[in-house]
Ligand binder design. Structure first.
Ligand SMILES: Cc1cc2nc3c(=O)[nH]c(=O)nc-3n(C[C@H](O)[C@H](O)[C@H](O)COP(=O)(O)OP(=O)(O)OC[C@H]3O[C@@H](n4cnc5c(N)ncnc54)[C@H](O)[C@@H]3O)c2cc1C
Length: 563
Protein backbone atom coordinates (compact mmCIF):
# COMPACT_ATOMS: atom_id res chain seq x y z
CA UNK A 1 0.00 0.00 0.00
CA UNK A 2 1.45 3.40 -0.97
CA UNK A 3 0.55 5.58 2.00
CA UNK A 4 1.05 8.98 0.37
CA UNK A 5 -1.56 8.25 -2.27
CA UNK A 6 -3.98 6.34 -0.07
CA UNK A 7 -4.58 8.89 2.67
CA UNK A 8 -6.30 12.25 2.99
CA UNK A 9 -3.51 13.42 5.31
CA UNK A 10 -0.23 12.03 6.62
CA UNK A 11 1.42 12.27 10.02
CA UNK A 12 4.33 10.60 11.73
CA UNK A 13 2.32 9.55 14.76
CA UNK A 14 -1.42 9.23 15.25
CA UNK A 15 -2.67 9.00 18.84
CA UNK A 16 -6.25 7.74 19.25
CA UNK A 17 -8.03 9.16 22.33
CA UNK A 18 -7.19 12.41 24.15
CA UNK A 19 -7.71 10.93 27.60
CA UNK A 20 -5.35 10.63 30.54
CA UNK A 21 -2.77 8.69 28.53
CA UNK A 22 -3.38 10.20 25.08
CA UNK A 23 -2.75 13.80 26.19
CA UNK A 24 0.63 12.78 27.66
CA UNK A 25 1.58 10.92 24.49
CA UNK A 26 0.55 13.72 22.13
CA UNK A 27 2.49 16.26 24.17
CA UNK A 28 5.66 14.17 24.48
CA UNK A 29 5.70 12.98 20.85
CA UNK A 30 5.28 16.54 19.54
CA UNK A 31 8.18 17.95 21.60
CA UNK A 32 10.41 17.33 18.60
CA UNK A 33 9.21 19.81 15.94
CA UNK A 34 10.19 17.36 13.20
CA UNK A 35 7.38 14.98 14.20
CA UNK A 36 3.95 15.61 12.80
CA UNK A 37 1.48 14.35 15.40
CA UNK A 38 -2.28 13.95 15.20
CA UNK A 39 -4.47 13.40 18.28
CA UNK A 40 -7.98 12.09 17.61
CA UNK A 41 -10.71 12.57 20.20
CA UNK A 42 -14.36 11.59 19.98
CA UNK A 43 -15.45 14.25 22.49
CA UNK A 44 -15.14 18.03 22.57
CA UNK A 45 -13.53 20.71 24.70
CA UNK A 46 -12.94 20.34 28.44
CA UNK A 47 -13.03 24.11 29.03
CA UNK A 48 -16.03 24.19 31.34
CA UNK A 49 -16.59 25.21 34.99
CA UNK A 50 -17.93 21.73 35.90
CA UNK A 51 -14.55 20.32 34.91
CA UNK A 52 -12.43 23.16 36.26
CA UNK A 53 -14.01 23.50 39.75
CA UNK A 54 -13.01 20.50 41.90
CA UNK A 55 -16.24 20.40 43.96
CA UNK A 56 -18.29 20.30 40.74
CA UNK A 57 -17.03 16.76 40.12
CA UNK A 58 -20.54 15.33 40.55
CA UNK A 59 -21.83 17.61 37.81
CA UNK A 60 -18.91 16.70 35.54
CA UNK A 61 -19.61 12.98 35.96
CA UNK A 62 -23.35 13.31 35.43
CA UNK A 63 -23.31 15.71 32.50
CA UNK A 64 -24.06 13.83 29.24
CA UNK A 65 -21.97 16.50 27.48
CA UNK A 66 -18.75 14.96 28.79
CA UNK A 67 -19.42 11.22 28.88
CA UNK A 68 -20.07 8.13 26.78
CA UNK A 69 -23.17 7.14 28.77
CA UNK A 70 -22.02 3.53 29.09
CA UNK A 71 -23.49 0.84 31.32
CA UNK A 72 -22.62 -2.79 31.92
CA UNK A 73 -24.70 -5.51 30.36
CA UNK A 74 -27.13 -6.95 32.96
CA UNK A 75 -25.00 -8.39 35.76
CA UNK A 76 -26.35 -11.75 36.93
CA UNK A 77 -24.65 -11.58 40.36
CA UNK A 78 -26.00 -8.14 41.18
CA UNK A 79 -29.67 -8.76 40.53
CA UNK A 80 -29.37 -8.35 36.75
CA UNK A 81 -28.75 -4.64 37.12
CA UNK A 82 -27.02 -2.56 34.45
CA UNK A 83 -24.40 -0.62 36.39
CA UNK A 84 -23.53 2.87 35.08
CA UNK A 85 -19.93 3.17 33.87
CA UNK A 86 -18.96 6.84 33.57
CA UNK A 87 -16.15 7.43 31.05
CA UNK A 88 -14.96 10.78 29.80
CA UNK A 89 -15.75 11.62 26.18
CA UNK A 90 -14.01 14.95 26.20
CA UNK A 91 -10.47 16.31 25.94
CA UNK A 92 -8.72 14.87 29.00
CA UNK A 93 -10.97 11.79 28.87
CA UNK A 94 -11.87 10.25 32.21
CA UNK A 95 -9.19 12.44 33.80
CA UNK A 96 -11.44 15.43 33.07
CA UNK A 97 -14.32 13.98 35.10
CA UNK A 98 -12.52 11.89 37.72
CA UNK A 99 -12.42 12.33 41.50
CA UNK A 100 -8.87 13.79 41.41
CA UNK A 101 -7.55 11.48 44.17
CA UNK A 102 -3.80 11.20 43.65
CA UNK A 103 -2.63 7.67 44.35
CA UNK A 104 0.01 5.65 42.54
CA UNK A 105 -0.42 2.19 44.03
CA UNK A 106 1.86 0.07 46.21
CA UNK A 107 5.34 -0.76 44.94
CA UNK A 108 4.57 -4.47 45.09
CA UNK A 109 1.95 -4.07 42.34
CA UNK A 110 4.54 -2.83 39.86
CA UNK A 111 7.09 -5.41 40.97
CA UNK A 112 4.38 -7.99 40.23
CA UNK A 113 3.95 -6.55 36.73
CA UNK A 114 7.67 -7.05 36.10
CA UNK A 115 7.51 -10.55 37.58
CA UNK A 116 4.67 -11.39 35.15
CA UNK A 117 7.23 -11.16 32.34
CA UNK A 118 7.38 -7.42 31.72
CA UNK A 119 10.97 -6.20 31.98
CA UNK A 120 11.25 -2.48 32.70
CA UNK A 121 7.99 -2.21 34.70
CA UNK A 122 9.13 -2.68 38.30
CA UNK A 123 8.53 0.03 40.88
CA UNK A 124 12.16 1.16 40.76
CA UNK A 125 11.91 1.53 36.98
CA UNK A 126 8.56 3.35 37.05
CA UNK A 127 9.35 5.74 39.92
CA UNK A 128 11.33 8.08 37.60
CA UNK A 129 8.19 8.46 35.49
CA UNK A 130 6.00 9.24 38.50
CA UNK A 131 8.54 11.87 39.48
CA UNK A 132 8.80 13.26 35.94
CA UNK A 133 5.06 13.90 35.81
CA UNK A 134 4.71 15.51 39.24
CA UNK A 135 4.82 19.02 40.71
CA UNK A 136 4.29 18.43 44.42
CA UNK A 137 5.95 21.01 46.68
CA UNK A 138 4.05 19.81 49.77
CA UNK A 139 6.37 16.80 49.94
CA UNK A 140 9.49 18.71 48.94
CA UNK A 141 12.56 16.80 50.07
CA UNK A 142 10.92 13.38 49.86
CA UNK A 143 12.74 10.89 47.63
CA UNK A 144 9.33 9.81 46.34
CA UNK A 145 8.17 13.19 45.13
CA UNK A 146 9.30 15.90 42.77
CA UNK A 147 8.65 19.44 41.72
CA UNK A 148 8.83 20.83 38.22
CA UNK A 149 6.69 18.25 36.41
CA UNK A 150 3.48 19.14 34.59
CA UNK A 151 0.88 17.67 37.02
CA UNK A 152 0.25 19.90 40.05
CA UNK A 153 -0.63 17.85 43.14
CA UNK A 154 -1.73 19.24 46.51
CA UNK A 155 -3.88 18.68 49.57
CA UNK A 156 -7.36 20.19 49.17
CA UNK A 157 -7.50 23.52 51.02
CA UNK A 158 -10.59 22.42 52.94
CA UNK A 159 -11.01 19.64 55.49
CA UNK A 160 -14.50 18.96 56.68
CA UNK A 161 -14.69 18.40 60.47
CA UNK A 162 -16.36 15.04 59.94
CA UNK A 163 -13.02 13.78 58.59
CA UNK A 164 -11.64 13.98 62.13
CA UNK A 165 -14.36 11.62 63.33
CA UNK A 166 -13.54 9.17 60.52
CA UNK A 167 -9.85 9.30 61.37
CA UNK A 168 -10.60 8.74 65.07
CA UNK A 169 -12.90 5.83 64.26
CA UNK A 170 -10.40 4.00 62.10
CA UNK A 171 -7.49 4.77 64.44
CA UNK A 172 -9.46 3.11 67.23
CA UNK A 173 -9.43 -0.10 65.18
CA UNK A 174 -5.64 -0.13 65.39
CA UNK A 175 -4.71 1.38 62.03
CA UNK A 176 -1.96 3.99 61.88
CA UNK A 177 -1.82 7.42 60.33
CA UNK A 178 -0.25 7.31 56.87
CA UNK A 179 2.04 10.26 56.27
CA UNK A 180 2.28 9.72 52.54
CA UNK A 181 -0.02 7.53 50.47
CA UNK A 182 2.42 7.79 47.59
CA UNK A 183 5.45 6.39 49.37
CA UNK A 184 6.22 2.84 48.18
CA UNK A 185 4.23 0.96 50.82
CA UNK A 186 1.16 3.00 51.74
CA UNK A 187 -0.88 1.67 54.65
CA UNK A 188 -3.24 3.29 57.13
CA UNK A 189 -5.57 6.27 57.17
CA UNK A 190 -5.15 9.97 56.62
CA UNK A 191 -5.61 13.01 54.46
CA UNK A 192 -4.76 12.56 50.84
CA UNK A 193 -3.65 14.72 47.98
CA UNK A 194 -5.43 15.40 44.75
CA UNK A 195 -4.58 16.49 41.24
CA UNK A 196 -5.71 19.97 42.21
CA UNK A 197 -3.62 23.09 41.76
CA UNK A 198 -4.55 26.56 42.96
CA UNK A 199 -8.13 25.48 43.40
CA UNK A 200 -8.53 23.96 39.94
CA UNK A 201 -8.65 20.40 38.60
CA UNK A 202 -5.44 19.24 37.01
CA UNK A 203 -5.82 16.70 34.22
CA UNK A 204 -3.35 15.65 31.57
CA UNK A 205 -5.36 17.93 29.28
CA UNK A 206 -4.55 21.01 31.36
CA UNK A 207 -1.04 19.88 32.35
CA UNK A 208 0.32 18.35 29.13
CA UNK A 209 -1.93 18.92 26.16
CA UNK A 210 -3.03 22.55 26.42
CA UNK A 211 0.57 23.90 26.55
CA UNK A 212 1.52 21.58 23.65
CA UNK A 213 -1.40 22.70 21.49
CA UNK A 214 0.52 25.86 20.62
CA UNK A 215 2.91 23.72 18.55
CA UNK A 216 2.32 23.82 14.79
CA UNK A 217 3.33 20.14 14.46
CA UNK A 218 0.47 18.92 16.70
CA UNK A 219 -3.04 18.68 15.30
CA UNK A 220 -5.92 17.85 17.64
CA UNK A 221 -9.09 16.59 15.95
CA UNK A 222 -12.07 16.81 18.31
CA UNK A 223 -15.53 15.27 17.76
CA UNK A 224 -13.74 12.78 15.57
CA UNK A 225 -14.33 9.06 16.01
CA UNK A 226 -11.57 6.59 15.17
CA UNK A 227 -13.49 3.84 13.37
CA UNK A 228 -10.61 1.45 12.79
CA UNK A 229 -6.88 1.14 12.42
CA UNK A 230 -5.76 0.52 8.85
CA UNK A 231 -3.35 -2.35 8.30
CA UNK A 232 -1.05 -3.05 5.39
CA UNK A 233 -0.24 -6.71 5.94
CA UNK A 234 1.12 -6.87 9.50
CA UNK A 235 1.77 -3.13 9.75
CA UNK A 236 -0.52 -0.37 11.04
CA UNK A 237 -0.36 2.43 8.48
CA UNK A 238 -3.22 4.73 9.40
CA UNK A 239 -6.62 5.34 10.94
CA UNK A 240 -10.08 5.61 9.43
CA UNK A 241 -11.97 8.43 11.11
CA UNK A 242 -15.51 9.73 11.09
CA UNK A 243 -16.48 13.35 11.59
CA UNK A 244 -19.68 15.27 10.92
CA UNK A 245 -18.40 15.60 7.35
CA UNK A 246 -17.98 11.90 6.70
CA UNK A 247 -15.30 9.22 6.67
CA UNK A 248 -11.62 9.99 6.00
CA UNK A 249 -8.33 8.10 6.14
CA UNK A 250 -5.27 9.43 7.91
CA UNK A 251 -1.80 7.98 7.36
CA UNK A 252 0.76 7.25 10.09
CA UNK A 253 4.30 7.03 8.73
CA UNK A 254 5.81 5.84 12.02
CA UNK A 255 3.22 4.56 14.51
CA UNK A 256 -0.39 4.49 15.62
CA UNK A 257 -0.75 4.72 19.41
CA UNK A 258 -4.09 3.58 20.77
CA UNK A 259 -5.16 5.37 23.99
CA UNK A 260 -8.92 4.81 23.93
CA UNK A 261 -9.12 3.48 27.50
CA UNK A 262 -10.11 0.11 28.94
CA UNK A 263 -13.42 -0.15 27.09
CA UNK A 264 -12.65 1.52 23.77
CA UNK A 265 -9.11 0.38 23.01
CA UNK A 266 -10.23 -3.25 22.63
CA UNK A 267 -13.32 -1.99 20.79
CA UNK A 268 -11.21 -0.15 18.19
CA UNK A 269 -8.87 -3.16 17.83
CA UNK A 270 -11.78 -5.53 17.22
CA UNK A 271 -13.30 -3.23 14.60
CA UNK A 272 -9.87 -3.24 12.94
CA UNK A 273 -9.98 -7.03 12.63
CA UNK A 274 -7.66 -7.60 15.61
CA UNK A 275 -9.16 -9.96 18.17
CA UNK A 276 -10.70 -13.38 18.50
CA UNK A 277 -11.31 -14.36 14.88
CA UNK A 278 -14.44 -16.39 15.65
CA UNK A 279 -16.09 -13.40 17.34
CA UNK A 280 -15.06 -11.07 14.55
CA UNK A 281 -16.41 -13.37 11.87
CA UNK A 282 -19.72 -13.64 13.70
CA UNK A 283 -20.17 -9.90 13.07
CA UNK A 284 -18.96 -10.04 9.49
CA UNK A 285 -15.68 -8.29 10.35
CA UNK A 286 -12.74 -9.63 8.37
CA UNK A 287 -10.17 -11.01 10.88
CA UNK A 288 -6.77 -9.49 10.15
CA UNK A 289 -4.90 -10.74 13.20
CA UNK A 290 -6.05 -13.41 15.66
CA UNK A 291 -5.47 -12.18 19.23
CA UNK A 292 -8.01 -13.86 21.53
CA UNK A 293 -7.14 -11.76 24.63
CA UNK A 294 -8.45 -8.52 23.11
CA UNK A 295 -11.28 -7.41 25.43
CA UNK A 296 -10.71 -10.17 27.99
CA UNK A 297 -9.45 -9.96 31.60
CA UNK A 298 -11.63 -6.91 32.32
CA UNK A 299 -11.77 -6.09 36.00
CA UNK A 300 -12.67 -3.07 38.08
CA UNK A 301 -12.85 -2.27 41.78
CA UNK A 302 -16.29 -3.09 43.23
CA UNK A 303 -17.54 -0.98 46.11
CA UNK A 304 -20.28 -1.04 48.77
CA UNK A 305 -21.20 1.69 51.23
CA UNK A 306 -22.87 2.62 54.48
CA UNK A 307 -25.05 5.70 54.04
CA UNK A 308 -25.76 8.00 56.99
CA UNK A 309 -28.26 10.88 57.20
CA UNK A 310 -28.20 13.63 59.82
CA UNK A 311 -29.79 16.97 60.66
CA UNK A 312 -26.57 18.57 61.85
CA UNK A 313 -25.27 20.72 58.95
CA UNK A 314 -21.54 19.99 59.39
CA UNK A 315 -21.28 17.89 56.21
CA UNK A 316 -20.88 19.45 52.81
CA UNK A 317 -24.25 19.97 51.19
CA UNK A 318 -27.10 22.33 50.52
CA UNK A 319 -29.79 23.08 53.13
CA UNK A 320 -31.53 26.11 54.64
CA UNK A 321 -29.36 25.73 57.74
CA UNK A 322 -26.18 25.67 55.70
CA UNK A 323 -27.21 28.41 53.24
CA UNK A 324 -25.18 31.30 54.76
CA UNK A 325 -22.12 29.05 54.96
CA UNK A 326 -22.60 27.79 51.40
CA UNK A 327 -22.87 31.37 50.09
CA UNK A 328 -19.67 32.27 51.98
CA UNK A 329 -17.95 29.22 50.47
CA UNK A 330 -18.89 30.33 46.95
CA UNK A 331 -17.59 33.84 47.67
CA UNK A 332 -14.37 32.42 49.11
CA UNK A 333 -13.83 30.34 45.99
CA UNK A 334 -14.54 33.22 43.64
CA UNK A 335 -12.15 35.53 45.49
CA UNK A 336 -9.41 33.19 46.69
CA UNK A 337 -9.89 29.85 44.86
CA UNK A 338 -9.80 28.08 48.23
CA UNK A 339 -12.31 26.44 50.58
CA UNK A 340 -14.76 23.60 49.99
CA UNK A 341 -15.31 24.40 46.31
CA UNK A 342 -11.59 23.87 45.77
CA UNK A 343 -11.89 20.39 47.31
CA UNK A 344 -12.77 17.12 45.62
CA UNK A 345 -14.81 16.47 48.83
CA UNK A 346 -13.02 13.15 49.50
CA UNK A 347 -10.42 14.50 51.85
CA UNK A 348 -9.53 11.54 54.04
CA UNK A 349 -9.45 7.82 53.38
CA UNK A 350 -7.65 4.64 54.35
CA UNK A 351 -5.80 1.82 52.64
CA UNK A 352 -5.84 -1.13 54.99
CA UNK A 353 -4.96 -4.80 55.27
CA UNK A 354 -8.09 -6.56 56.48
CA UNK A 355 -6.41 -9.88 57.20
CA UNK A 356 -3.11 -10.94 58.75
CA UNK A 357 -0.29 -11.94 56.44
CA UNK A 358 -1.08 -9.57 53.57
CA UNK A 359 1.89 -7.70 52.06
CA UNK A 360 -0.22 -4.73 50.88
CA UNK A 361 -3.62 -3.16 51.58
CA UNK A 362 -6.52 -5.16 50.18
CA UNK A 363 -9.21 -2.59 50.98
CA UNK A 364 -9.70 1.12 50.53
CA UNK A 365 -12.10 2.89 52.88
CA UNK A 366 -13.32 6.14 51.38
CA UNK A 367 -14.96 8.79 53.51
CA UNK A 368 -17.39 11.20 51.88
CA UNK A 369 -18.39 13.99 54.28
CA UNK A 370 -21.54 14.65 52.25
CA UNK A 371 -24.97 13.05 52.07
CA UNK A 372 -25.71 10.54 49.34
CA UNK A 373 -28.79 11.79 47.50
CA UNK A 374 -31.71 9.39 47.19
CA UNK A 375 -32.11 10.31 43.53
CA UNK A 376 -28.96 11.18 41.53
CA UNK A 377 -28.25 14.92 41.65
CA UNK A 378 -24.90 16.67 41.12
CA UNK A 379 -24.72 18.32 44.55
CA UNK A 380 -25.57 16.77 47.93
CA UNK A 381 -28.97 17.89 49.21
CA UNK A 382 -29.28 17.80 53.02
CA UNK A 383 -26.68 16.37 55.35
CA UNK A 384 -24.98 13.11 56.15
CA UNK A 385 -21.93 11.11 55.20
CA UNK A 386 -20.91 7.91 53.46
CA UNK A 387 -18.27 5.32 54.31
CA UNK A 388 -17.51 3.31 51.17
CA UNK A 389 -15.36 0.20 51.06
CA UNK A 390 -13.53 -0.83 47.92
CA UNK A 391 -12.22 -4.32 47.14
CA UNK A 392 -8.76 -3.56 45.74
CA UNK A 393 -7.87 -6.96 44.28
CA UNK A 394 -11.09 -8.38 42.88
CA UNK A 395 -10.95 -11.91 41.52
CA UNK A 396 -13.88 -11.57 39.09
CA UNK A 397 -12.89 -11.22 35.45
CA UNK A 398 -15.13 -10.09 32.60
CA UNK A 399 -14.99 -9.00 29.03
CA UNK A 400 -15.58 -6.25 26.47
CA UNK A 401 -17.28 -7.46 23.28
CA UNK A 402 -18.66 -5.95 20.12
CA UNK A 403 -22.37 -5.19 19.93
CA UNK A 404 -22.29 -5.48 16.14
CA UNK A 405 -20.40 -4.39 13.04
CA UNK A 406 -21.00 -0.63 13.50
CA UNK A 407 -17.85 1.04 14.90
CA UNK A 408 -19.96 3.86 16.35
CA UNK A 409 -22.10 1.49 18.45
CA UNK A 410 -21.16 1.18 22.14
CA UNK A 411 -19.28 -1.97 23.18
CA UNK A 412 -20.95 -4.63 25.32
CA UNK A 413 -19.25 -4.39 28.70
CA UNK A 414 -19.47 -7.29 31.10
CA UNK A 415 -17.19 -6.93 34.14
CA UNK A 416 -18.82 -10.08 35.60
CA UNK A 417 -19.12 -8.28 38.94
CA UNK A 418 -19.16 -10.60 41.97
CA UNK A 419 -18.83 -13.67 39.74
CA UNK A 420 -16.14 -14.77 42.19
CA UNK A 421 -17.53 -15.14 45.73
CA UNK A 422 -14.28 -13.85 47.23
CA UNK A 423 -15.22 -10.33 46.10
CA UNK A 424 -18.58 -10.48 47.87
CA UNK A 425 -16.92 -11.82 51.03
CA UNK A 426 -14.43 -8.93 50.98
CA UNK A 427 -17.22 -6.37 50.72
CA UNK A 428 -19.22 -7.97 53.54
CA UNK A 429 -16.10 -7.76 55.71
CA UNK A 430 -15.69 -4.16 54.61
CA UNK A 431 -19.25 -3.13 55.51
CA UNK A 432 -18.84 -4.55 58.99
CA UNK A 433 -15.63 -2.59 59.38
CA UNK A 434 -17.31 0.60 58.11
CA UNK A 435 -20.01 0.22 60.76
CA UNK A 436 -17.36 -0.17 63.46
CA UNK A 437 -15.74 3.08 62.33
CA UNK A 438 -19.08 4.90 62.42
CA UNK A 439 -19.85 3.48 65.88
CA UNK A 440 -16.91 5.42 67.32
CA UNK A 441 -17.84 8.07 69.90
CA UNK A 442 -16.32 10.80 67.69
CA UNK A 443 -19.42 10.50 65.48
CA UNK A 444 -21.88 10.54 68.41
CA UNK A 445 -22.37 14.31 68.51
CA UNK A 446 -23.67 14.31 64.93
CA UNK A 447 -26.55 12.01 65.85
CA UNK A 448 -26.50 10.38 62.41
CA UNK A 449 -28.97 7.66 61.34
CA UNK A 450 -28.04 4.72 59.10
CA UNK A 451 -30.16 4.89 55.96
CA UNK A 452 -28.45 1.98 54.21
CA UNK A 453 -28.00 -0.94 54.62
CA UNK A 454 -30.30 -0.04 57.59
CA UNK A 455 -30.27 -1.12 61.21
CA UNK A 456 -32.31 -4.28 60.52
CA UNK A 457 -29.66 -5.65 58.13
CA UNK A 458 -27.11 -7.35 60.36
CA UNK A 459 -26.24 -10.87 59.22
CA UNK A 460 -24.08 -11.89 56.28
CA UNK A 461 -27.04 -12.91 54.13
CA UNK A 462 -28.69 -9.53 54.64
CA UNK A 463 -25.47 -7.67 53.86
CA UNK A 464 -24.92 -9.82 50.76
CA UNK A 465 -28.44 -9.03 49.53
CA UNK A 466 -27.84 -5.31 50.15
CA UNK A 467 -24.54 -5.43 48.25
CA UNK A 468 -26.12 -7.17 45.27
CA UNK A 469 -28.82 -4.49 45.17
CA UNK A 470 -26.51 -1.46 45.48
CA UNK A 471 -23.00 -2.43 44.34
CA UNK A 472 -21.16 0.06 42.15
CA UNK A 473 -17.66 0.16 40.72
CA UNK A 474 -15.26 3.00 41.41
CA UNK A 475 -14.37 3.46 37.74
CA UNK A 476 -10.96 1.81 37.54
CA UNK A 477 -11.41 -0.70 34.68
CA UNK A 478 -8.36 -2.19 33.04
CA UNK A 479 -6.42 -5.11 31.55
CA UNK A 480 -8.50 -5.56 28.40
CA UNK A 481 -5.34 -5.35 26.24
CA UNK A 482 -3.12 -6.91 28.88
CA UNK A 483 0.66 -6.54 28.73
CA UNK A 484 2.77 -9.68 28.94
CA UNK A 485 4.77 -12.23 26.97
CA UNK A 486 2.89 -13.53 23.94
CA UNK A 487 0.18 -15.98 24.95
CA UNK A 488 -3.55 -16.44 24.97
CA UNK A 489 -4.20 -13.84 27.68
CA UNK A 490 -2.02 -10.94 26.54
CA UNK A 491 -2.30 -8.35 23.76
CA UNK A 492 0.82 -6.16 24.01
CA UNK A 493 4.43 -6.90 24.87
CA UNK A 494 6.51 -5.06 27.47
CA UNK A 495 7.14 -2.29 24.93
CA UNK A 496 3.36 -1.97 24.53
CA UNK A 497 3.56 -3.21 20.92
CA UNK A 498 0.60 -5.29 19.82
CA UNK A 499 1.86 -8.87 19.57
CA UNK A 500 2.56 -9.89 16.01
CA UNK A 501 2.01 -6.45 14.45
CA UNK A 502 4.24 -3.51 13.63
CA UNK A 503 3.64 0.19 14.01
CA UNK A 504 0.88 -0.24 16.60
CA UNK A 505 1.03 0.22 20.38
CA UNK A 506 -1.59 0.49 23.07
CA UNK A 507 -0.88 2.77 26.04
CA UNK A 508 -3.66 3.29 28.60
CA UNK A 509 -5.52 1.47 31.39
CA UNK A 510 -6.15 -1.48 29.10
CA UNK A 511 -2.51 -2.62 29.24
CA UNK A 512 -2.41 -3.11 33.02
CA UNK A 513 -1.17 -6.68 33.64
CA UNK A 514 -3.42 -6.37 36.71
CA UNK A 515 -5.22 -3.21 37.82
CA UNK A 516 -3.29 -1.43 40.58
CA UNK A 517 -4.77 -1.73 44.07
CA UNK A 518 -6.13 1.81 44.23
CA UNK A 519 -6.93 4.86 42.14
CA UNK A 520 -5.60 4.53 38.63
CA UNK A 521 -4.94 7.92 37.05
CA UNK A 522 -1.36 8.45 38.29
CA UNK A 523 -0.14 5.05 37.12
CA UNK A 524 -1.69 5.63 33.68
CA UNK A 525 0.23 8.90 33.41
CA UNK A 526 3.40 6.94 34.25
CA UNK A 527 2.54 4.29 31.63
CA UNK A 528 2.11 7.03 29.03
CA UNK A 529 5.35 8.76 30.02
CA UNK A 530 7.23 5.47 29.67
CA UNK A 531 5.47 4.72 26.38
CA UNK A 532 6.63 8.04 24.95
CA UNK A 533 10.26 7.22 25.78
CA UNK A 534 9.96 3.78 24.18
CA UNK A 535 8.33 5.17 21.02
CA UNK A 536 10.98 7.87 20.67
CA UNK A 537 13.76 5.34 21.31
CA UNK A 538 15.00 7.22 24.36
CA UNK A 539 16.98 5.27 26.95
CA UNK A 540 15.04 4.39 30.08
CA UNK A 541 15.94 6.54 33.09
CA UNK A 542 18.07 4.91 35.79
CA UNK A 543 15.92 2.91 38.23
CA UNK A 544 15.44 4.50 41.66
CA UNK A 545 15.63 1.87 44.35
CA UNK A 546 13.41 2.18 47.40
CA UNK A 547 15.08 4.06 50.20
CA UNK A 548 15.18 2.55 53.65
CA UNK A 549 14.30 5.91 55.18
CA UNK A 550 10.63 6.73 55.55
CA UNK A 551 9.43 9.69 53.53
CA UNK A 552 9.42 12.88 55.61
CA UNK A 553 6.21 14.23 57.05
CA UNK A 554 4.00 16.20 54.72
CA UNK A 555 5.18 19.80 54.70
CA UNK A 556 1.62 20.96 54.89
CA UNK A 557 0.02 19.42 57.97
CA UNK A 558 -2.77 21.93 58.27
CA UNK A 559 -5.59 22.01 60.78
CA UNK A 560 -9.05 21.00 59.65
CA UNK A 561 -11.10 24.04 58.73
CA UNK A 562 -14.81 24.55 59.29
CA UNK A 563 -16.78 23.50 56.24
C1 LIG B 1 -16.02 9.10 37.50
C2 LIG B 1 -14.58 8.69 37.63
C3 LIG B 1 -13.91 8.96 38.81
C4 LIG B 1 -12.56 8.58 38.93
N1 LIG B 1 -11.85 8.97 40.03
C5 LIG B 1 -10.51 8.78 40.06
C6 LIG B 1 -9.71 9.35 41.09
O1 LIG B 1 -10.21 10.05 41.97
N2 LIG B 1 -8.36 9.12 41.07
C7 LIG B 1 -7.78 8.34 40.11
O2 LIG B 1 -6.56 8.15 40.16
N3 LIG B 1 -8.52 7.79 39.11
C8 LIG B 1 -9.85 8.03 39.05
N4 LIG B 1 -10.58 7.54 38.00
C9 LIG B 1 -9.92 6.69 37.02
C10 LIG B 1 -9.04 7.43 36.02
O3 LIG B 1 -9.52 8.72 35.76
C11 LIG B 1 -8.98 6.61 34.76
O4 LIG B 1 -8.44 5.33 35.09
C12 LIG B 1 -8.13 7.23 33.67
O5 LIG B 1 -8.55 8.52 33.35
C13 LIG B 1 -8.17 6.34 32.42
O6 LIG B 1 -7.26 6.85 31.50
P1 LIG B 1 -7.17 6.26 30.03
O7 LIG B 1 -6.18 7.09 29.31
O8 LIG B 1 -6.96 4.79 30.11
O9 LIG B 1 -8.63 6.44 29.42
P2 LIG B 1 -9.52 7.75 29.29
O10 LIG B 1 -9.00 8.84 30.14
O11 LIG B 1 -10.92 7.31 29.50
O12 LIG B 1 -9.29 8.21 27.79
C14 LIG B 1 -9.79 7.57 26.66
C15 LIG B 1 -10.09 8.65 25.62
O13 LIG B 1 -10.25 8.05 24.37
C16 LIG B 1 -11.37 8.62 23.72
N5 LIG B 1 -11.85 7.63 22.76
C17 LIG B 1 -12.26 6.37 23.03
N6 LIG B 1 -12.58 5.74 21.88
C18 LIG B 1 -12.36 6.61 20.88
C19 LIG B 1 -12.52 6.53 19.47
N7 LIG B 1 -12.94 5.42 18.86
N8 LIG B 1 -12.21 7.62 18.73
C20 LIG B 1 -11.75 8.76 19.33
N9 LIG B 1 -11.61 8.89 20.67
C21 LIG B 1 -11.90 7.81 21.43
C22 LIG B 1 -12.32 8.92 24.85
O14 LIG B 1 -13.31 9.86 24.51
C23 LIG B 1 -11.37 9.41 25.93
O15 LIG B 1 -11.14 10.79 25.84
C24 LIG B 1 -11.92 7.88 37.86
C25 LIG B 1 -12.61 7.62 36.68
C26 LIG B 1 -13.93 8.03 36.55
C27 LIG B 1 -14.64 7.77 35.26
Amino acid sequence: MNTSTQFDRDYDYIVIGAGTAGCVLAARLSEDPRHRVCLIEAGGSEQHPFIRIPAAVGAAIMSPKFGWGLTTVPQPHVNDRRIPLPRGKVIGGSGSINGMAYYRGPAQDFDDWAAMGNPGWSYAELLPYFLRSEHNPEYAGSPYHATGGPMGVSFPTSRNRLCEAFNAGIAALGYEYCEDFNAPEPHGYGYRQGTIWKGRRVSTASAYLRPAMRRPNLEVLTRTHARRILLDGRRAVGVEIQTGEGVRRLGARKEVVLCGGAYHSPHVLMHSGIGDERDLKSWGIEPRHHLPAVGRNLHDHPSAFVVMDMDDPTSYGVSWKALPRDIANIAQYLVKRTGPLASNLFETNAYIKTRPGLDRPDMQVVFQPARRNIKPFPIPIGHGFVVAVVCLYPKSRGRVRLAGPDPLAAPLIDPALLSDDADLDALIRGLKLARRIIAHEAFAKYDARERAPGASVTDDDGLAAYIRETLVTVHHPGSTCRMGPRGDDTVVDHELKVHGLEGLRVADASVYPRVVGGNTNASIVAIAEKASDMILGKPAPAPIERRAAAAPEAADAREPVEA
